[in-house]
Design a protein around this ligand. Structure first.
Ligand code: GLU
Length: 460
């Protein structure tokens, strides 16, 4: 059996961090099993679905690197298939047309609530055999009224639902658009999905879907319902807790790998291991170790992982993201050191690429040097040291880290001053601030011409 998983977002907004985790689990499981990962856009909520949301989902999935093998499929392009299946169910006496008005349903509902009963459709149209010409009408499923449905869930184990709790759910609305529970079953069957991995907010839908699988003689897939993500206050993670849009994390300077590593551990574990390469994630991920209880979102752990990957990944792998942030900051990187060299010097210092971009702007743009810093660091004694150093720099035959290091030391020794008395004013002149990589590295990356020009600018 080839494992086939899918991610089936509804395009009603950006990609939520919780959905990204669902997508990740489905993707990992497909990759681990050398199976296929399918992307299906569930756009049947025509009022709330938008093209922007579709694009936003594609963009976020692409940024995360969760590439699909099949799709994207759009449910609204398969309406005739849903109609065909609904018609077949009607023919077989397993579904029926219903023309109950909104008013009738509403009155029934209120009466049930008044009697403290669970609101449900009363089956009024079940045996009326309304013809296709009935206008308007919906199509309802003749849900079994007795017995139980057992959801064999990889995470929860067996979860039993009584059929009497389930309604004659609407399969096709009066405008011909299928409902989620109907289209999802047909698509998961048609796309030969073997493992349905999704949020446990859908667990209550699963018994209805299983009844439909049986009615259609479709084989039932394996289910894994993932517990939700909570904020620090124990409430379902939402905007109130901070960013929940995946792309906000890109803007804030996170790496996709750090976010994925963070998300994989949010609800799944492999012993105590916290750091997973992508290959390890794929090899080690399993459905059996998904936690049954909700996970809490912990921003400081995510930041820690981000810094870990900024330090640990090959610098070349970070260039693309840093370039993105440089561009966003309007920093033209064509004139200056390679981003790879900058990363090697800056990676210890910055936990996000957003901060690294801001902290590395001086390599490419002449900095504003604040008057307070000049006043503070360019004392008469320091200034003569700077001049001495500048004159030595002018005479250097080679401009590399070792030579620059030696040159700094010579001036410090010769004038019998502390390194800081020379290094800090130079740093201020070069960067406009007081933090930067070691001075010889900063000078070397900046190059002779820019370095001397900036030192002269402050001296003058
Ligand atoms: N469109 C549904 C959602 O976004 C998909 C649920 C499922 O995976 O079956 O919640």
């Amino acid at each position: 059996m080839t494992v086939r998983t899918r991610f089936a977002p509804s395009p009603t907004g950006y990609l939520h961090i919780g959905s990204a985790r669902t997508a990740l689990y489905a993707w990992l499981y497909a990759r681990k099993c050398a199976g296929k990962f399918i992307l299906r856009i569930e756009d049947t909520d025509t009022e709330r679905s938008t093209q922007e949301a579709v694009e936003a989902i594609f963009e976020a999935m692409h940024w995360l690197g969760l590439e699909h093998d099949e799709g994207p499929f759009f449910q609204m392009q398969h309406l005739s298939r849903y109609h065909e299946v609904a018609e077949k169910l009607i023919q077989e006496g397993k579904a029926y047309r219903c023309d109950c008005t909104k008013e009738r349903l509403e009155t029934m509902r209120e009466a049930q609530i008044a009697k403290k009963e669970k609101p449900r459709y009363d089956g009024h149209c079940r045996e009326r055999h309304l013809p296709p010409t009935t206008h308007p009408h919906v199509i309802r499923f003749k849900s079994p009224t007795k017995g139980e449905v057992c959801v064999e869930d990889c995470v929860r184990g067996a979860v039993i639902f009584k059929n009497e709790e389930l309604d004659d759910l609407v399969l096709v609305r009066s405008d011909g658009v299928p409902t989620y529970n109907f289209s999802v079953v047909i698509d998961d069957h048609d796309m030969q999905v073997t493992h349905v991995i999704r949020g446990d907010d859908h667990l209550n839908n699963t018994p209805r879907q299983i009844n439909l699988y049986h009615a259609l003689h479709f084989s039932v897939p394996i289910f894994a319902h993932i517990p939700m993500i909570l904020g620090a206050d124990g409430k379902r993670l939402s905007k109130r807790h901070g960013a929940v849009n995946v792309m906000n994390y890109r803007e804030a300077g996170y790496l996709p790998h750090a976010l994925l590593n963070y998300l994989v551990r949010l609800g799944w574990s492999h012993g105590d291991q916290e750091v997973f390469s992508m290959d390890e994630m794929i090899q080690l991920f399993d459905l059996g170790h998904i936690s049954r209880s909700p996970a809490s979102f912990n921003p400081s752990k995510l930041l820690w992982l981000n810094h870990h990957y900024i330090k640990a990944l090959p610098a070349a792998d970070l260039v693309g993201e840093l370039a993105y942030h440089m561009k966003k900051e309007n920093i033209d990187i064509t004139n200056g050191p390679s981003l790879e060299d900058v990363i090697v010097q800056q990676r210890e210092r910055y936990k996000t690429l957003h901060d690294m971009a801001q902290g590395s702007a001086f390599f490419y743009q002449e900095p504003q040097v604040p008057a307070e810093l000049i006043e503070k660091f360019f004392t008469p004694e320091n200034t003569s040291a700077v001049i001495e150093f500048r004159d030595k720099l002018n005479q250097l035959e080679t401009w590399d880290e070792a030579t620059l290091h030696q040159c700094l030391n010579e001036v410090v020794t010769q004038l019998n001053i502390k390194l800081g008395q020379l290094a800090q004013p130079i740093r201020v002149a070069l960067t406009g601030g007081t933090v930067s990589p070691a001075l010889n590295h900063t000078l070397s990356l900046l190059g002779r011409e820019k370095s001397i020009k900036r030192i002269n600018r402050v001296i003058n």
